[in-house]
Design a protein around this ligand. Structure first.
Ligand SMILES: NC(=O)c1ccc[n+]([C@@H]2O[C@H](COP(=O)([O-])OP(=O)(O)OC[C@H]3O[C@@H](n4cnc5c(N)ncnc54)[C@H](OP(=O)(O)O)[C@@H]3O)[C@@H](O)[C@H]2O)c1
Length: 280
């Protein structure tokens, strides 16, 4: 598995395995186990997905060396201070069966749950302090954010002592988020592309299907090639062994600039939610 190098020198496998909406239990254990067997070395989970223990079980069963696996989790919206964030991450480590986590992200920048209690800028600064402390203690190897737009990043950078190394946002055909991408790339923040297939909505898109046929690729390959061409870390999710395998078979895929342009402007694929308007 090829890697990118984050701004702090940590290496991150170029493709990650997404686990949102894979419920805790047999299906999650099987899917992650199958992904590891197929060759994924990067697993993306979150506290709110409720499947950290299943991810941990699959990791334990895999017998892979710890240093060969890259695991991400995300701090959920109900955490607002240093102590509750730290405690929640101790719990995540226990569920994952890990004594350190490779990457921890603040899941959303402006949670509805804390909107009335304190300004989002303050909440993010507090949660970030907790991440920085665990980072300094070596319990987290890289720290970052998710769903942060430029104004959220600018506010965080006012108080951060360690700059975020990653921003995980919705990046898929139809949602290239060019200004945000340029801003992050300028600051050395690695972009991760969540929902690289628009949570499956891409597979119903006629225009994309036509483009894939013309390029001699599957639709999934076309979307992943688009993502890698832009230097993102795509995080495809699947519970089907066939698709899990297929989403990894993309080495050396080329996409021509015209196809990139058409995909940038694609209509009808699920896009990025406005993080300042979400009701969770
Ligand atoms: N940070 C955030 O706020 C956030 C938000 C959303 C997602 N994420 C992360 O990004 C990951 C991926 O996003 P997502 O879960 O929204 O979905 P996605 O990866 O964009 O799409 C998944 C859908 O595509 C189907 N699929 C996968 N590979 C396929 C293939 N090769 N051919 C045909 N169909 C295929 C899957 O069905 P099968 O399962 O049947 O294959 C599933 O229905 C998440 O799991 C999560 O880790 C993060």
């Amino acid at each position: 598995m090829e890697v990118y190098t984050l701004s702090n020198g940590v290496q991150i496998p170029k493709i990650g395995f997404g686990t949102w909406q894979i419920p805790e239990g047999e299906l999650a254990v099987q899917s992650v186990a199958y992904a590891l067997e197929a060759g994924y070395r990067h697993i993306d989970t979150a506290q709110i997905y409720g499947n950290e223990a299943s991810v941990g079980q699959a990791l334990a069963q895999s017998n892979l060396d710890r240093q060969d696996i890259f695991v991400t989790t995300k701090v959920w919206n109900d955490k607002i201070g240093v102590e509750d964030t730290r405690a929640s991450l101790e719990e995540s480590m226990e569920k994952l069966g890990l004594d350190y986590i490779d990457l921890v992200l603040i899941h959303w920048p402006n949670p509805a749950a804390s909107r009335e209690q304190l300004p989002w800028q303050e909440r993010n600064a507090q949660v970030w302090k907790a991440l920085e402390s665990l980072y300094r203690e070596g319990k987290i190897k890289a720290i970052g954010v998710s769903n942060f737009m430029i104004h959220h990043l600018e506010a965080l950078l006012e108080t951060a002592e360690v700059a975020p190394q990653v921003n995980q946002v919705m990046l898929a055909p139809g949602t290239p988020q060019k200004d945000l991408v340029a801003y992050c790339q300028d600051k050395g923040i690695q972009l991760e592309a969540y929902s690289p297939f628009g949570t499956g909505t891409l597979f119903e898109n006629e225009e994309a299907a036509k483009l894939a046929r013309e390029a001699g690729l599957s639709l999934a390959q076309l979307a992943l090639a688009w993502s890698l061409d832009k230097g993102f870390v795509p995080l495809p999710k699947s519970t089907s062994p066939e698709n899990i395998q297929a989403n990894l078979a993309i080495e050396g895929l080329q996409i021509d600039p015209h196809a990139v342009e058409v995909l940038d402007k694609l209509q009808g694929v699920k896009g990025q939610l406005d993080p300042d308007q979400v009701d969770f």
